[in-house]
Design a protein around this ligand. Structure first.
Ligand code: ADP
Ligand code: F6P
Ligand code: MG
Length: 460
């Protein structure tokens, strides 16, 4: 495992587009109970049934939070009303502020693991945001100076007037109990509920002056990890709309691949708006090589593709057989090279049968992902390659053997000959420091080790 990590560390990676401040609240029974009592259990229940897709007022937030707590599912809901920020800040004391956003988290992780070169791009880079990037000599932010591409440390590249984006993260732990009217609820799984800031000023794109240099950036790296598309809004007051930003996003991927067919991983994130979700799937999945997502997200994706019954089953039961079936659909319809799904109990890869890696190699790549996440869950952060070893001491979850059994059954029942499907149980930390970003960590470990294994075979 250490050897594979060492091979992955020889790679150079580009990552974009989202970085934000995660303001984290560790929920306990009292905080939850106080919120419910403030609005009244009946009102909360009614709003839960309406299932608001955006947070416009505090009750929308409470309803979606309680829904997430009841199911124990990782969820993210956009906050569209800027004025509500004051409500959040007066109601909660944030326990920690740390780097958030897939690109921000992944850049810091790769830099701390001493990857050869890490280039991170976010269209907004305020001073406070820049200072959340780790101080490592292998971490760069691309800027254009005198018509040339220059790589600087993010802390040397911030722009005074850039907007800053704060997401509120509510971490919940399995076993936390509270009352919703007559109903006693116990949180079934640990996880996080994200209130994602979605305001006009934050856009997901590449600045026009940097865009012509994307082929040069692509040429200089071994892989790219892109995310943040979930932040695109249906429309903006200046007349631009989601279609505009998705057209630009497509161009970016094609530009990155122009000089060299650099492998691109897209890290999916929850998108409440079904139309926007479809746009990410139909515009971008066909252009990338690899996609990663969690169990709620595959359910949402399948729903958007029209498989609502299968989606509902995955969401409710998280059965391996259904996830395999959903994965097959996705890899086929979008013709991905590789799809990686992370869930609380298992990680899965699905590829086409002609993938250059063997099933054993694919399993190793997932092992690296879960070990890295276990290290981060134990320590809160991964500060050096040494920290990885902490993950090796974290045991597999108690359902590990059951997971393997069910997978073998599923394989027998479903036709899987045209695919390679592998599953491993997760290494699960019982008292994680925090869970936000663990999926990003898994995907980073999985994708970079996938690339390293391809390279070992001369296929990269
Ligand atoms: N306590 C834990 N210890 C180790 N891994 C965990 C733990 N909790 C969650 N994970 C892993 O992290 C994943 C969360 O991914 P995801 O929902 O995408 O989170 P995020 O988007 O915040 O990174 C889970 O599917 C699981 O594999
Ligand atoms: O969708 P957004 O607002 O870019 O936020 C992404 C969120 O997902 C995470 O990157 C975790 O995957 C958080 O750190 C962050 O708050
Ligand atoms: Mg995720």
């Amino acid at each position: 495992m250490m050897r594979l990590l060492d091979e992955a560390r020889k790679l150079s990676i580009f990552t974009a587009y989202n970085a934000n401040v995660d303001a984290i609240v560790y929920l306990n029974s009292e905080i939850i109970q106080r919120l419910i009592d403030e609005f009244g259990a009946e009102a909360v229940k009614r709003r839960m049934e309406e299932y608001p897709r955006e947070i416009n007022e505090p009750l929308d937030f409470v309803a979606r939070l309680v829904h997430a707590l009841k199911t124990g599912k990782p969820m993210a809901v956009p906050l569209v009303n800027e004025e509500l920020q004051a409500w959040f800040d007066s109601h909660f004391k944030y326990d920690v502020e740390r780097m958030g956003g897939q690109a921000g988290i992944i850049a810091n992780l790769l830099a701390n693991l001493d990857f050869r070169k890490v280039i991170v791009y976010t269209p907004h880079l305020a001073k406070k945001q820049a200072e959340m990037f780790v101080n490592k000599p292998n971490l760069f932010y691309p800027v254009v100076e005198d018509g040339k591409l220059v790589l600087k440390h993010p802390r040397e590249a911030y722009r005074e007037d850039d907007p800053i984006k704060v997401n509120r993260i509510f971490e919940f732990r399995a076993g936390t109990a509270f009352k919703l009217g007559d109903e006693m609820i116990t949180v079934p799984y640990s996880g996080r509920f994200i209130v994602s800031a979605r305001f006009e000023s934050i856009r997901i794109y590449t600045e026009p002056e940097l865009k012509p240099f994307l082929p040069e950036i692509g040429l200089g790296v071994d892989g790219a990890i892109l995310s943040g598309y979930q932040g695109i809004k249906p429309r903006y007051s200046d007349g631009k709309d989601a279609n505009y930003y998705f057209r630009e996003a497509k161009k970016d991927i094609m530009l990155l691949k122009r000089e060299k067919d650099v492998k691109v991983h897209l890290e999916f994130a929850s998108i409440q708006n079904r139309e926007l979700r479809k746009k990410v799937i139909y515009n971008l999945f066909p252009l990338v090589d690899s996609v990663g997502m969690d169990e709620s997200e595959i359910a949402y994706v399948l729903n958007a593709l029209g498989y609502s019954k299968l989606a509902e089953r995955i969401f409710t039961y998280n059965r391996i057989e259904d996830t395999v079936m959903g994965g097959k659909i996705l890899i086929d319809e979008m013709n991905l090279e590789v799809l990686q799904i992370h869930t609380i109990y298992y990680l899965m890869y699905i590829t086409h049968a002609d993938n250059p890696l063997s099933e054993e190699e694919l399993r190793q790549s997932l092992e690296l992902g879960t070990t890295l996440a276990a290290a981060r869950a134990s320590l809160g952060d991964i500060r050096s390659p040494e920290d990885f070893k902490v993950g090796l001491n974290v045991p597999y979850n108690e359902r590990g053997e059951y997971v393997k059994l069910r997978f073998e059954e599923a394989k027998r029942r479903l036709r899987t000959r045209e695919y390679k499907v592998v599953i491993i149980p997760t290494r699960l930390v019982s008292n994680p420091v925090s869970t936000v970003g663990l999926g990003d960590t898994i995907s980073t470990g999985a994708f970079t080790s996938y690339l390293a294994l391809l390279r070992r075979k001369g296929a990269l």
